[in-house]
Design a protein around this ligand. Structure first.
Ligand code: AMP
Length: 342
């Protein structure tokens, strides 16, 4: 009799666990959001103290897309390239389940080209060349099936292009994230201010936050950016991690100390892709969940810098990501007993 009871008890536990699993699966599926990514697909030529590349695959949207693809979300890249953009690069994006129907190919045009040289500290760089090429006349078209996407990631591009993507959304997105850089502050500041008003989150590096606000203190800079529109401000500090500001709340995630840093290009975009991809996957855009999104973004960016260009992100496995997340947890977790007599 007792044996039968134990058997029934075990069977019930098993069924309950199975139901929970199925519920968790459904929960994830039903809340998963679509992600629209706008940004450059590009040729980059990079110089670091470790070496130099010819024209290789680059672009903000490329890095964002590869990073977000880790979450298996439905994502679509809206961009433009010339006839010189290799089919292999497009195939790579498609192989990651990224919808590329929003990438316009101008057969007789040339792809956006950027070249940069890193200083010895690898934290700062000089832009050597920016050739807009087809990007100069880019009129983005969001694919019909993505105009109701819940998450929009406005990658580094002309602010008018970013705004045009927002204007095409038929339903108000749950979250709009914007990334930008000094180049657009220098040549399209007013347009940038206009689009910033319409976004929920801005991701920006420390130097650019200072340029945008004229403030040295990042706390004051974040407050000023809040006043421009975004409710959440993420300030990326390269090898010194990232800060997330929301009203008076601040969250800080360090960057994982790495043995090998070869090329920081695209780390910021990879961070943004991980951040937006995680929020799309979970469908939860609360401040608490954004902290996790920052951790995922930082973790993915830590891989990006280990090889030149997009190489490391191209065949990154989920096991590797999980392992590094655990390292991240160990790095930042501590138990401290707080009392009067230390
Ligand atoms: P990050 O290192 O995160 O700033 O991103 C580097 C990527 O941004 C490179 O792959 C470039 O192709 C791209 N990029 C550089 N300058 C620009 C620009 N002015 N507008 C859009 N994308 C750019």
């Amino acid at each position: 009799m007792l044996q039968l009871d134990v058997f029934i008890f075990k069977k019930n536990i098993l069924e309950l666990a199975l139901k929970r699993l199925i519920f968790a699966e459904n929960y994830q599926v039903s809340f998963m959001s679509k992600l629209v990514i706008v940004g450059t697909v590009a040729f980059d030529a990079i110089e670091t103290p470790f070496g130099k590349t010819d024209k290789i695959l680059g672009g903000a949207a490329t890095y964002i897309g590869l990073s977000a693809s880790q979450f298996n979300v439905d994502s679509s890249i809206v961009s433009i390239a010339g006839g010189d953009f290799p089919q292999d690069y497009l195939d790579l994006l498609s192989s990651k389940n990224i919808d590329i129907s929003g990438i316009e190919i101008v057969k007789e045009g040339k792809t956006f080209f950027w070249s940069g040289r890193y200083h010895n500290d690898m934290n700062s760089r000089d832009t050597l060349v920016t050739e807009l090429n087809t990007l100069a006349d880019f009129n983005p078209i969001v694919p019909e099936s993505y105009r109701d996407a819940e998450i929009v990631m406005l990658g580094n591009l002309h602010p008018l292009v970013q705004q045009s993507v927002l204007n095409q959304m038929t339903t108000k997105p749950k979250l709009v994230v914007l990334d930008t850089m000094n180049f657009w502050m220098d040549c399209a500041l007013e347009d940038l201010h206009n689009v910033i008003k319409n976004v929920d989150v801005i991701t920006i590096n420390d130097e650019e936050a200072r340029q945008l606000t004229g403030e040295y203190s990042l706390v004051v800079a974040a407050r000023k950016i809040h006043d421009m529109g975004p409710k959440y401000v993420v300030i990326k500090k390269g090898e010194h991690g990232a800060l997330l500001f929301h009203n008076d709340n601040v969250f800080y995630a360090p960057a994982l100390p790495l043995e090998a840093v070869f090329d920081p290009t695209g780390a910021g975009d990879t961070f943004a892709g991980g951040f937006a991809g995680y929020l799309a996957k979970t469908g939860d855009t609360s401040f608490e969940n954004m902290k996790n999104a920052v951790i995922y973004g930082s973790t993915l960016a830590s891989f990006c810098v280990e090889k030149f260009g997009t190489e490391r992100m191209q065949d990154l496995s989920s096991e590797e990501v999980l392992k590094r997340l655990l390292q991240f947890k160990q790095l930042t977790q501590f138990e401290i007993v707080l009392n009067d007599n230390l």
